[in-house]
Each structure stands twice: as structure tokens, then as C-alpha cells.
Design a protein around this ligand. Sequence first.
Ligand code: NI
Length: 205
Amino acid sequence: MNAKQRLIRFFTLSAVGLLIGGAIAGGSLLFQKNEQITPSRIVAKGIGGPFTLVDQNGKTVTDKDYAGQDKLIYFGFASCPAICPAELQKMADAYHQLPKDMQAKIQPIFITVDPERDTPDILKDYVDMFLPNMVGLSGTQAQVDAAISAYKVYAAKVPEGDGYTMDHSSFIYYQQARGEVVALFRTTDKADAMAQLIQEIQTEK
Ligand code: NI
């Protein structure tokens, strides 16, 4: 190998190295970009299940009453000072960002983790503050416990002053009509990202 051949070989190997390095860098950029677009996409096996609860009009309902629709579901309690109202407002904001035909496919649902205080009457006024078509579900403690367990929610009564508050996990579930929970929205997810992911999910169907 003479000097010229060695030089050519050096540049060839360098070019190959740059191409491989570029591909890796490009791939990881793409991966990061995708992660940003769909921060909450999950395959949640075993989350969600049958429930029997009481709606804000005092009517006993089951999961079958909402079986034909996709659902946005949030578990919380009406006297929650900050997190629950913020998350329900975010759900409403995301819902309003969707095209009307996509809105029509979704039933927004609030399920209380505090049935002792959240009677149907209380929930009627509460859900109405966020979306006129939001359903507010309560029930006996046993009925609510079963729903909490089906959606793997954490909820616990914590003494506060003369009474109590509720400590609880905070996720907005997107559950498809056929039953699968396909997205979990966290408190850090913004309404526009949520609306974007819901549109992607509905478009895939
Ligand atoms: Ni709360």
C-alpha cells in the first residue's frame, strides 16, 4: 500500500465511521422526538374492568352503559383543593381541542374515591363545572372500592384537622370502547399533548 492508497483508505473508513455515527445520532434524535410526541402511550394490560356505580342523577349504572364509547376517566374527590380540579380542567381543555366527531366518540367520566362525602347531588354540581356531558360516579364504599381496584387506583383516607382528606393517585385514563386502556395521562402532561395523542389513537382505529 503506497501513501496515496493509505490516504484513500483512511478517508473511506472515516466516511463510513461518520455515516454510522450519524445514523446512531439520528436514530436517537428520532426516538427522543417520538417520546415527546407520545409521552403517555402505554399498553395497560389488566387495567380497567367491570363496575357498578351510581351516577350524578342517582341512577345505578355499570361499565356496560358506556361500552359503546371511548372513555376519559379520572378518579378523585370533589373537595380536593388543587390536583383534581386542575386535572379535570385539563381533561376538559383537551376534549375541547378535539374535532367534534372525535368528541362525540368520548364519554368523560369522574369517579369519586370519597363516596362518603361525594353523594350524587354533590357530584352533579361538581362535574358540571368542567364539562356538561361529564358523568360523575359514586356509590357504596364497596362499589367504589371495586372500581378503584379494577383501575389499579391508589386511594387512602388521611386525617386532617377534625376530618380527613384523601390521598390518591392521579391519572387520566383513555379507555377504548373495546375495553383497553391505551393511554395514561399524568399531571405533567399538557392538554395539547393529550389532545394530540387522543387524535392519533382515534385515527389508528
Ligand atoms: Ni385530588
